[in-house]
Ligand binder design. Structure first.
Ligand SMILES: [Zn+2]
Length: 279
C-alpha cells in the first residue's frame, strides 16, 4: 500500500506533462505554416489556391465574352505550374477558338497545353531561362467546363496531375473517369488507362449556379448555346468581380500567388490571340 501512494504524485505529474504537450504541438504547427512550410494550414492554403485558380479561369472567359461565338465557345482555362508546392503559380491562360481558326480541335484546354509548351520553347530559343520540360508533369488545369475526351486524352499523355472544372458537362464530361474504369471482369475487358489524371468538380458557388441555370434551360439546349446566354454571362461576371476584389485568407502563402494571378488575368485581351508561331 505504501509503495502505491509513493507513485501517485509521479503519475499525476506525468498526466499533466502530457496535457501541456498538446497545445505546444499545435503552436509549433501554426508557426511552421506561417513560415511557408508544411503545417496545420496546409490543406487550407491549397483550397484557397483552387478557389483563386477557378476565379481566374472564369475571368479569362468573361474578359472575352461573346454572344455569337465568333472566336469560339465561352470556355477557358488557366494552368497552375505545380499544386503541391507553395511556389506554384498560374503560368498560362487560353480560350476556345474553334470558330476563328476554322478548327474544331482548338478547345481551351488544348490551346492551354500546346500554347504554354510552345511559349517555353520560343523563350528558350531566345535565350531565356525557362523550366526544362517537354510535358506538363505535375501541373493543374483549371477549366470553366468539364473537359471532353479530346482534352482529357491530351492531359493524360502530358502527365497533367489534376484538373478542376467550374461546370459539369452532362453530355461530354466524365472522360477521365471513363479512362479509369476497370472492365477486366467483362469478356475482352481492359485495365484502367495508365497515367491517371485527377478530375474534380470545383466546390465554388459559380459551379452550382451554372449547373442550376443550365438545368433550368431544359434538356434541348446545348451547353455551348447556354454559355452564350445573358444568365451565364451574369454568373461569369460575378466570378470576375469576386476575383478583382478577393482578399487572400492565407496571405503569407497565397498573397503573391493572387497578385500574380491578377497580373495574368489583366494581360488577357478581349480579342483572339494566336498561339506561338513556333507550332
Ligand atoms: Zn475539350
Amino acid at each position: 500500500m505504501k509503495k502505491k501512494r509513493f507513485y501517485l504524485p509521479y503519475l499525476l505529474s506525468v498526466i499533466m506533462m502530457i496535457t501541456l504537450a498538446g497545445p505546444q504541438t499545435a503552436q509549433t504547427k501554426e508557426f511552421n505554416s506561417n513560415n511557408v512550410t508544411v503545417g496545420s494550414n496546409a490543406i487550407y492554403w491549397r483550397t484557397e489556391r483552387n478557389h483563386i485558380g477557378m476565379l481566374a479561369a472564369y475571368s479569362v472567359v468573361y474578359k472575352g465574352w461573346q454572344t455569337n461565338n465568333s472566336r469560339g465557345y465561352n470556355i477557358g482555362s488557366v494552368l497552375l505550374s505545380n499544386d503541391s508546392l507553395v511556389n506554384g503559380r498560374l503560368v498560362f491562360w487560353a480560350r476556345n477558338c474553334n470558330t476563328i481558326t476554322h478548327n474544331e480541335t482548338q478547345h481551351g484546354e488544348v490551346r492551354l497545353m500546346l500554347g504554354y509548351l510552345a511559349q517555353l520553347n520560343s523563350d528558350r530559343k531566345h535565350g531565356k531561362i525557362v523550366p526544362d520540360i517537354k510535358n506538363l508533369d505535375g501541373y493543374t488545369v483549371y477549366t470553366t467546363l468539364e473537359p471532353c475526351a479530346q482534352c482529357s486524352g491530351m492531359m493524360t499523355l502530358q502527365k497533367v496531375r489534376r484538373t478542376i472544372y467550374g461546370q459539369s458537362d452532362p453530355g461530354f464530361g466524365k472522360a477521365l473517369e471513363r479512362l479509369q474504369l476497370n472492365s477486366t471482369a467483362l469478356p475482352n475487358g481492359y485495365t484502367p488507362y495508365p497515367r491517371k489524371v485527377i478530375s474534380e468538380r470545383s466546390n465554388i458557388i459559380y459551379c452550382d449556379l451554372l449547373e442550376q441555370a443550365y438545368k433550368k434551360a431544359g434538356p434541348d439546349v446545348h451547353i455551348t448555346d447556354f454559355l452564350k446566354s445573358e444568365e451565364a454571362k451574369q454568373i461569369f461576371e460575378r466570378a470576375y468581380h469576386e476575383f478583382r476584389n478577393y482578399q487572400a485568407q492565407v496571405p503569407s502563402i497565397n498573397g503573391q500567388f493572387l497578385e500574380e494571378a491578377r497580373q495574368l488575368v489583366e494581360s488577357v485581351p478581349q480579342n483572339f490571340v494566336p498561339l506561338s508561331p513556333d507550332i
